[in-house]
Design a protein around this ligand. Structure first.
Ligand code: NBG
Length: 855
C-alpha cells in the first residue's frame, strides 16, 4: 500500500497532459514529434514513407493508452479470460482499421492534409502483414476485431513469423514465390516486450523421482532451450474504449551460454549454434488445407503453445490466494484447428510437473479449459504426428499423451465394454507400421466443446469425422459437446474500409451508421428496393469499384477491361483441386468456343464477361501450379483473339492477399464458390462478396447453404450435386457409369490437342495430365474425385442464368441489393457472440469512458 499513490497518479496525469487529444493539433504534434524523436528525421522535411511511419507511431500511442487501460480494467474486475490460439493471423493492413475503430479517421485526414500529406496514400505504404494462408488465418483476424468490439476479455496468441506467406509473382504464366520479409521496414504497430520471455525446451529426457510426500514425479531435463519473446499487437474495438491484444512470440537464443565452448576457443561456433533458435519462428508454412509432417512445424507448434500457456497461467496466478479450482471459471482456450493441440498435454505438464497437482485434478481442469474448432474434413489436412517424433522432441508429452489415451480408453471400456473397432477409432494412436498420434482425437478428448464452422460442416464433423465420439459423449450425458458456430467476417474492414462508397450509401439510406455494429439493420434497405434513386446509387458505387479494379489490373497485368460494359466474374481463393478453379477454366473455354461459333451479330447480343481468377498455390502442390499456368494460357488465347476479346477476357490476378482483396471484392458482379459439396468447411469470402453487392455462383457447400437461406434462392446461382449424392456419384463412376457432356468433351479435347499449350511442351504435358486424370478412359474408375464432369452441365446452366438476369439490369440491381441487405447473420459479431455465450461463457467487460480529469 502506497499512501502517496493518488498524489503520484495525479502528478503523472499533469505531466502527461492526460490522454492524447483527438483534435487536429494534437494529432499533428504527435506525428511531427515521431518524425523528429522516433525516426530521427528532420521535422521540416520528411518523405511520404517517413510520414507513414510517424503517423503509425502516433496512432500506436493512442492504441497503447486504450490497451493499457483495458487491461488494467480486466485485471481489476478479475474477469474470465479467453485465449485464441492460432498458428495463423492474416491481419491485413492496420492503419485504416485502427483509425476507423478509434473513430479518428476524419481528423487524421485533416491533420495530414494540412501539412501536405494524403492519408489514403499513406495507407498504401503499409506492408500487408500476412501471417496466414487463407480463410483460417483471416477468420482469426476478423474474430479479433469482433472480440474487441464486443468487449470480451480475449487475447490472441500466435507466432511472429519473420517471413509471412510468400509473395506470388507470375513469370511466363507460372507462379514464382518470393519470400515475404515483411519486417524489412520495421513494424511500427507492434510493442516489443523484452521483459516478457519464457523458456521452451526441446529434446532431452525424462527422469522420475519421489517427492517429499513419496509421490512419483517427472522431471524433464537436458536438450535445448530457446527463449520465446513477446510482441504485442493492440487490437482496437469499434465504438468502444476496449482494446485487446494479439501476443505473438519470436524465438530467441536461450539465456544460458556454454562457457566450456567459450573456453575451448569455440566462441563463434557457440554463437552460431545459439542463433539457430531464431529459425523456429522464421517462416510460416505455406500450406492451406494440407498437412505437412515436418519436424520444424511441430517445433513451431510447441514453441508458441508452451510460451502461451505459461503466460496465461502466470496471469491467472498473479491474483493472490487463487485456488486451482477457480481456473475453469477464469481461463479458457480456443484451439484454432488442431495446430495448437499440443497445448493440452503441455497444460498437463505444467499443472502436474511444475505446479504439483495430481493427475486426475490436472485432467479435470484441462478438459474444462480447452475447446477445439475444426476447420476441415479433408483427410489430407488432418494432422497426424509420428509417435517417435513426439518422443524425440517432447519426451514428457509422449508419456502424458499415453496416460491421457490409456485413461480415456479405460473410461470408454467401462461404459461400452470392449468394442474393438470403435475403440481403435477413438484412440489417440493410429496403429500401424508407424504409430501415429491423431491430433484431432486428442483435441476432442481434451476439450469441453468441439465446433465446426458452418451448419453443413458441423454435421459432417459429427457424421464423418467423429461419429463414435458423438455417441459416446451422448451416452455420458454430454449431448452438446459438438456444436456449430457459423463463420462470419467483420463489416468494419470488409465494407467500411474496403468499400467506402457502399458504406456511405448504407448509412445514408438507413439513417445512421449503426449497421456497422448491428449488421441485421441492413435489412432496412429492402424497404427501398423499388427506389430508382437507390438503384442508381447502387449501380454507381459498383461502377466506381469496377473502375478501380480495372486500373489495378492494368497496372499489375497490363490487360485492359471495360468496366462500363463487362460483367466482372471473380474467383479468388487458394488454388486447390477441391475448390475447382478447373471447372471455372473449363467453362471459360466453353464460353469462348460458343462465342467463336456465333455470327458477329449474335455475339453483340451476349453479355460481356471478364473472368478474373486469383490465388496462391502451395509451393509443393504441382497440380495447383499447373492450374495457374492453364489460367494464364487461357488468358493469352482469349485476350488476343480479335473475334472475341471484346466479349470475353480472362485474367489471372497475381498475389492475392488481404489488401488486394479489399480492391477486388467490391468490384464483383458475380463470384464463384464452387467446391464439391461437402469439401469447403465454410468459406468466408463468399460472405464478403455478397455484402459488397456481388452475387454468388455456387454449390450447396459450406456457408453458401446458409447464405441461400438468408438471402433467398433467387439471389444465387446454385448448381451441382448435393453432399449426400457425392459418394454415390463417385461409386457409379468407378463402375464406368459416368457420362461426360459433349460440351465438356470439346473443351477437354481442345486442351489435349494443345490449343492452350502455346507451343510449350512442358505445359502441354502437364495439361494433358490434368485432363487424363479426370477423364474416363474406357470405363473403370476415373480420377475425377471432385466430380467436375458430373457438375459441369448444371454449372453451364447456372452461368446462363447469370447472363439472363444481367441483361435485365433493374432486376439485377434489385437482386444485388436484396442479397446484400440480407447478410446480417454473417458478421463475426454474431459468430463471436455465439462463442462467448455457448463456448467460453464470457461476461461483457466494457471499460468505462476514460476520465480526462486528474484525480
Ligand atoms: C478453412 C476452410 C474454409 C473456412 C476456413 C475458416 C482450413 C483448414 N480450413 O472453408 O477450408 O472458411 O477454414 O473456418 O484452412
Amino acid at each position: 500500500f502506497d499512501p502517496n499513490a493518488d498524489a503520484k497518479r495525479n502528478k503523472i496525469w499533469q505531466l502527461m497532459e492526460y490522454y492524447l487529444g483527438p483534435d487536429v493539433g494534437s494529432i499533428q504534434r504527435g506525428i511531427v514529434n515521431h518524425v523528429e524523436y522516433t525516426l530521427a528525421a528532420t521535422r521540416f522535411s520528411f518523405a511520404t514513407e517517413e510520414c507513414y511511419r510517424a503517423t503509425a507511431f502516433s496512432i500506436r500511442d493512442r492504441l497503447i493508452e486504450t490497451f493499457n487501460d483495458t487491461n488494467e480494467f480486466f485485471t481489476a474486475k478479475d474477469v474470465k479470460r479467453c485465449y485464441y490460439l492460432s498458428l495463423e493471423f492474416l491481419l491485413g493492413r492496420a492503419m485504416q482499421n485502427a483509425l476507423v475503430n478509434l473513430d479518428i479517421e476524419p481528423n487524421y485526414k485533416k491533420a495530414l492534409a494540412d501539412i501536405g500529406y494524403n492519408l489514403e496514400e499513406l495507407y498504401e505504404h503499409e506492408h500487408d502483414p500476412a501471417l496466414g494462408n487463407g480463410g483460417l488465418g483471416r477468420l482469426a483476424a476478423c474474430f479479433l476485431d469482433s472480440m474487441a468490439t464486443l468487449n470480451y476479455a480475449v487475447w490472441g496468441y500466435g507466432i511472429r513469423y519473420t517471413y509471412g506467406i510468400f509473395e506470388q509473382k507470375i513469370v511466363e504464366g507460372r507462379q514464382v514465390e518470393h519470400p515475404d520479409y515483411w519486417l524489412v521496414t520495421a513494424n511500427p504497430w507492434e510493442i516489443e516486450r523484452p521483459d516478457v520471455t519464457y523458456a521452451v525446451r526441446f529434446y532431452g529426457h525424462v527422469d522420475t523421482y519421489k517427492d517429499d510426500k513419496g509421490r512419483e514425479r517427472h522431471r524433464w531435463t537436458g536438450g535445448e532451450i530457446v527463449q520465446a519473446m513477446a510482441y504485442d499487437n493492440p487490437i482496437p474495438g469499434f465504438d468502444t474504449y476496449n482494446t485487446i491484444n494479439l501476443r505473438l512470440w519470436k524465438a530467441c537464443p536461450g539465456k544460458e551460454f556454454d562457457f566450456h565452448a567459450f573456453n575451448r576457443g569455440q566462441f563463434l561456433d557457440a554463437v552460431k549454434e545459439r542463433q539457430r533458435a531464431e529459425y523456429i519462428s522464421a517462416v510460416l508454412y505455406p500450406n492451406d488445407n494440407t498437412w505437412e509432417g515436418k519436424e520444424l512445424r511441430l517445433k513451431q507448434q510447441y514453441f508458441f503453445v508452451c510460451a502461451t500457456i505459461q503466460d496465461c497461467l502466470r496471469r491467472f496466478k498473479k491474483k493472490e490466494g487463487r485456488s486451482w479450482d477457480e481456473l475453469p471459471s477464469k481461463v479458457c482456450f480456443q484451439l484454432n484447428d488442431t495446430h495448437p493441440t499440443i497445448a493440452i498435454p503441455e497444460m498437463m505438464r505444467l499443472l502436474i510437473d511444475i505446479e504439483g497437482l495430481d493427475w486426475d485434478k490436472a485432467w479435470d481442469l484441462t478438459r474444462q479449459c480447452f475447446n477445439y474448432t475444426n476447420h476441415t474434413v479433408l483427410p489430407e489436412a488432418l494432422e497426424k504426428w509420428p509417435a517417435h517424433l513426439i518422443e524425440k522432441l517432447l519426451p514428457r508429452h509422449l508419456l502424458l499423451i499415453n496416460d491421457i489415451n490409456y485413461k480415456f480408453l479405460c473410461e470408454v471400456r467401462e461404459s461400452w465394454g470392449d468394442v474393438g473397432e470403435k475403440l481403435s477409432k477413438m484412440s489417440i494412436y493410429q496403429e500401424g507400421y508407424e504409430k501415429m498420434i491423431r491430433m484431432a482425437n486428442m483435441a476432442v478428448i481434451g476439450s469441453n466443446k468441439v465446433n465446426g464452422v458452418a451448419a453443413i460442416h458441423s454435421e459432417l464433423v459429427k457424421k464423418d469425422l467423429f461419429p463414435e465420439f458423438v455417441d459416446y459423449y451422448k451416452a455420458k450425458g454430454q449431448p452438446d459437446k459438438f456444436v456449430n458456430v457459423t463463420n462470419g467476417v467483420t463489416p468494419r474492414r470488409w465494407i467500411h474500409c474496403a468499400n467506402r462508397g457502399l458504406s456511405n450509401l448504407f448509412s445514408e439510406w438507413l439513417g445512421s451508421d449503426s449497421w456497422l455494429k448491428e449488421l441485421t439493420m441492413l435489412q432496412g434497405l429492402v424497404n427501398h428496393l423499388d427506389s430508382t434513386e437507390l438503384q442508381k446509387q447502387w449501380a454507381d458505387v459498383k461502377k466506381q469499384n469496377k473502375v478501380k479494379l480495372t486500373k489495378w489490373i492494368k497496372l499489375n497485368c497490363d490487360i485492359d477491361l471495360d468496366p462500363e460494359n463487362m460483367l466482372f466474374d471473380i474467383q479468388v481463393k487458394r488454388i486447390h483441386e477441391y475448390k475447382r478453379q478447373l471447372i471455372n477454366c473449363f467453362y471459360i473455354i466453353h464460353r469462348y468456343f460458343k462465342l467463336k461459333k456465333m455470327s458477329p451479330g449474335d455475339r453483340d447480343k451476349q453479355v460481356k464477361r471478364a473472368c478474373l481468377i486469383g490465388g496462391k498455390a502451395a509451393p509443393g502442390y504441382a497440380v495447383a501450379k499447373t492450374i495457374i499456368k492453364l489460367c494464364n494460357n487461357i488468358g493469352l488465347v482469349l485476350n488476343n483473339d480479335p473475334d472475341t476479346s471484346k466479349y470475353l477476357k480472362c485474367v489471372f490476378m497475381p498475389n492475392y492477399n488481404v489488401s488486394n482483396a479489399q480492391t477486388i471484392i467490391p468490384a464483383s458482379d458475380i463470384s464463384q464458390h464452387i467446391s464439391t459439396a461437402g469439401t469447403e468447411a465454410s468459406g468466408t469470402s463468399n460472405m464478403k462478396f455478397v455484402m459488397n453487392g456481388g452475387l454468388i455462383v455456387g454449390t450447396m457447400d459450406g456457408a453458401n447453404v446458409e447464405i441461400r437461406e438468408e438471402c433467398g434462392e433467387d439471389t444465387m446461382f446454385i448448381f451441382g450435386a448435393l453432399e449426400p449424392e457425392v459418394a454415390g456419384i463417385r461409386e457409379k463412376a468407378k463402375n464406368g457409369n459416368y457420362p461426360i457432356s459433349a460440351e465438356l468433351r470439346e473443351v477437354m479435347d481442345a486442351i489435349v490437342s494443345g490449343k492452350f499449350s502455346l507451343g510449350d511442351g512442358e505445359a502441354h504435358s502437364e495439361f494433358v495430365g490434368l485432363i487424363e486424370k479426370i477423364r474416363n478412359n474406357g470405363g473403370g474408375y476415373n480420377g475425377d474425385f471432385y466430380i467436375l464432369c458430373h457438375d459441369f452441365p448444371s454449372y453451364c446452366k447456372a452461368n446462363e442464368q447469370v447472363d439472363a438476369l444481367y441483361k435485365d439490369q433493374t432486376n439485377w440491381i434489385k437482386t444485388s441489393i436484396k442479397a446484400a441487405a440480407s447478410m446480417g447473420k454473417f458478421t463475426t459479431d454474431r459468430s463471436i457472440k455465439e462463442y462467448g455465450q455457448i463456448i467460453w461463457k464470457l461476461e461483457d467487460a466494457e471499460r468505462p469512458a476514460p476520465d480526462q480529469s486528474p484525480m
